[in-house]
Design a protein around this ligand. Structure first.
Ligand code: GLV
Length: 320
């Protein structure tokens, strides 16, 4: 029997073209997240499932899929939506899409750094409102980045690519994380490894690039925000729950930090109403990897993972 391949939401055509000859392909007709019931119905009897970051892959999902399931290919680098241990316990291979979205996501982190420090969202809203303005020596001043310190939380692929861009702007780099970077990367970036506490106290911009795990849930809480300089900015392009959104609203209202640039939220697509009222916050709808080229590459990599596992080969990018 041909393997049943389930794709929970439309993905770019080249990925579907790669999957089609590998089995019986079922692709959700809806370009929206499936409800849990719909998702569980869709995956029943699947040999392979291509999931999106909003699909929860847990024991209930694996039960619903049944014993034929061999691979779950998540179209994202983050796997916080996938219970990787539960997959492993059942012999299901979990894969993700690292590498192909590094540059696009780092570009977006840089955009948020610039937007937040130069107050560009606020400025654009001012022009659109048709407000009167005129150039003056003191009109709408932001913060310069030359010589400022970027604190990178998680110097993995995306953190490193963001730090490279920041170096080009003349920023100094400090970083923290589970692992120390290689001496080559540290040297290239002139990056200093430090504790989270020291990073928070010394950085002018704190950019989050760690994965969401139980350890990093609310890593940036009220205490962390209090530790930051009142002139500092927080940028988040990883996952919303790394930041306690309520505490962030409180810190911004109190002037404990100067501003924030957020591409991700605790309860997407909802945004804390307090954030919407604050001019010093830039809010983007989870666009980190949202370029045509990157989304095509992500879809293709997920499809390559599926095809490899179904053929009995090692997938290119398993989650380890
Ligand atoms: C996107 O957010 C990803 O994790 O790939």
């Amino acid at each position: 029997m041909r393997p049943r391949i389930v794709v929970t939401r439309p993905i770019p055509a080249p990925a579907l073209d790669l999957l089609a000859p590998a089995g019986e392909l079922w692709v959700s007709a809806e370009d929206r997240p499936l409800s849990v019931t719909e998702l569980h119905e869709a995956v029943a009897g699947a040999d392979a499932v291509v999931t999106l970051l909003h699909d929860r892959v847990d024991d209930a999902f694996l039960d619903a899929a049944g014993p034929a399931l061999r691979v779950v290919a998540n179209v994202a680098v983050g796997v916080d939506n996938v219970d990787v241990d539960a997959c492993r316990a059942r012999g299901v291979v979990a894969t993700n899409t690292p590498g192909v979205l590094t540059e696009a996501t780092a570009d977006l982190a840089l955009a948020l750094i610039l937007m937040a420090t130069r107050r560009l969202g606020e400025a654009e809203r001012l022009v659109r409102r048709g407000e009167r303005w005129s150039w003056s020596m003191t009109f709408h001043l932001g913060r310069g980045l030359q010589g400022a310190t970027l604190g990178v939380v998680g110097l993995g692929q995306i953190g490193t690519a963001t730090a490279r861009r920041a170096r080009a702007l003349g920023m100094e780099i400090v970083y923290t994380g589970r692992r120390r970077a290689s001496p080559e990367v540290e040297q290239e970036l002139g990056a200093r490894f430090t504790t989270l506490d020291d990073l928070l106290r010394t950085s002018d911009v704190v950019s989050l690039h760690c994965p969401l795990t139980p350890e990093t849930h609310h890593l940036v809480d009220a205490d962390a925000l209090r530790a930051m300089k009142p002139s500092a900015f927080l940028v988040n392009t990883t996952r919303g729950p790394v930041v306690d959104e309520g505490a962030l609203v409180g810190a911004l209202r109190a002037g404990a930090i100067a501003g924030a640039g957020l591409d991700v939220f605790e309860r997407e697509p909802e945004v804390h109403p307090g954030l919407l009222e604050l001019e010093q916050v830039v809010l983007l709808p989870h666009l980190g990897s949202a370029t045509i080229e990157t989304r095509e590459a992500m879809g293709l990599l997920a499809a390559e993972n599926v095809v490899a596992v179904l053929r009995g080969h090692a997938p290119p990018t398993p989650v380890t």
